[in-house]
Design a protein around this ligand. Sequence first.
Ligand SMILES: O=C(O)C(=O)C[C@]1(C(=O)O)C=C[C@@H](O)C=C1
Length: 87
Amino acid sequence: MTAVTTTPEQLIADSRARIDAIDDRIIGLIQERMAVSSVVQEARIASGGRRVHLSREMEVLAHWRDALGKPGTALAMTVLELCRGRV
Ligand SMILES: O=C(O)C(=O)C[C@]1(C(=O)O)C=C[C@@H](O)C=C1
């Protein structure tokens, strides 16, 4: 069997490349979420409703908090702001 040695520098560089790739996927998913969220908001506005739906936002915040703890709530608030603007 051949031992494969990795230097710390190589491990860090490889891991950072993976992190950058993961960040690109997260950004892509957020952009996709923004587009879907716009569809919902525009449909609601077109039928006489408001852009913001607070009880639904509470469900979204709870979902993120349950998965990621308190920082998940802060992250979800930022995601919601990206999706519907500032309230
Ligand atoms: O689910 C909705 O009703 C949406 O409009 C989507 C969404 C979201 O991005 O999650 C955006 C604005 C609303 O205030 C609530 C939630």
